[in-house]
Design a protein around this ligand. Structure first.
Ligand SMILES: NC(=O)c1ccc[n+]([C@@H]2O[C@H](COP(=O)([O-])OP(=O)(O)OC[C@H]3O[C@@H](n4cnc5c(N)ncnc54)[C@H](O)[C@@H]3O)[C@@H](O)[C@H]2O)c1
Length: 273
């Protein structure tokens, strides 16, 4: 995990401040590490109240301690829950509403990678990727929207991937699941826009997190080749994706709805050799 819950965010934090995010109730799935934790830091920097949802109870506790170390006055609650457990998700949103009375922003971020030759991909693995990456996003979006439609206001940001936009071999389940997230985003934006909700997606390229480090360690990913293939000649950072998330959640992006924002250093724009 690249940021290890330890990146100190002070006044030199790499993020903009958006006044309208202050005191917003923000639910972040997969918020204990990686991009999710960076987003937690960026929203905390902006004065939001955070509900972090993750399957990893230890990482959640560490994330909460780190955030409170950086922002002692902030409100942060943690929930150990798998996003693909629909009853668990319903329970989490009920608790958040009980505590804070509303849900302003959902960062539907939890997800897993799956990088396997398709002929070797088991049905169980395929179903697992779909269950976490697609069903989990749907369950959380639905529960968040139940609050948001009533409030006539809310922002949902779903985590797709550049591999939901362009294809790659050996990633059938991952690409299909992230493409489903991109399309689900557009459907929900169509359906809930009239209720005052905005539903958008972020589609990152390679970002240096535990997910990527794990693929590198298992020999499923070649960092040098990735760097050379990327027009910006580097991987992204979790902080850069968090910067995009706070912008897209803020009033500065008030007319952005149904959009899939690719942030990939130019990867998906490149098609030469
Ligand atoms: N890292 C990248 O290069 C990259 C690129 C494109 C998209 N993404 C997407 O960004 C999201 C975050 O990726 P990351 O790199 O930070 O991953 P990560 O593995 O570093 O963190 C993911 C977090 O989600 C949690 N999680 C996993 N399954 C869960 C479940 N069923 N319910 C609740 N929490 C669960 C994990 O415990 C972990 O804390 C994922 O959806 C991923 O597909 C990542």
């Amino acid at each position: 995990m690249s940021n290890q819950n330890t990146v100190a965010q002070t006044e030199s934090a790499p993020w903009a401040r958006y006044a309208d995010l202050k005191d917003k109730v923000v639910v972040i799935t997969g918020g204990a590490s990686g991009i999710g934790f960076s987003m937690a830091q960026a929203f905390a920097y902006n004065g939001a109240k955070l509900a972090l949802v993750d399957i990893d109870a230890n990482a959640l506790a560490k994330a909460r301690d780190t955030l409170l170390g950086e922002y002692p006055q902030m409100a942060v609650a943690v929930y150990t829950c798998a996003v693909n457990d629909q009853a668990g998700v319903q329970n989490v949103f009920a608790q958040v509403q009980n505590s804070w009375g509303r849900v302003d922003v959902l960062l539907n971020n939890a997800g897993i990678s799956m990088n396997t030759p398709t002929l070797e991909l088991s049905g169980d693995d395929w179903r697992r990727a779909m269950d976490i990456n697609v069903n989990g996003v749907f369950y959380c979006a639905q529960e968040a929207a139940r609050c948001m439609v009533e409030q006539k206001q809310g922002v949902i940001l779903n985590m797709s991937s550049m591999y939901g936009v362009v294809a790659a071999p050996q990633r059938a389940a991952y690409c299909a699941s992230k493409a489903a997230v991109a399309m689900l985003t557009k459907v929900l934006a169509n359906e809930w826009g009239e209720h005052g909700l905005r539903v958008n997606a972020i589609a990152p390229g390679y970002v240096r997190t535990a997910l990527v480090d794990d693929l590198v360690a298992r020999g499923r990913m070649d960092l040098d080749a990735l760097t050379a293939r990327t027009p910006s000649r580097r991987l992204g950072t979790p902080e850069e994706i968090a910067a995009l998330a706070i912008f897209m959640a803020s009033e500065q992006a008030a007319f952005m709805n149904g959009h899939v924002a690719v942030a990939d250093g130019g990867w998906s724009a490149y098609s030469y050799i």
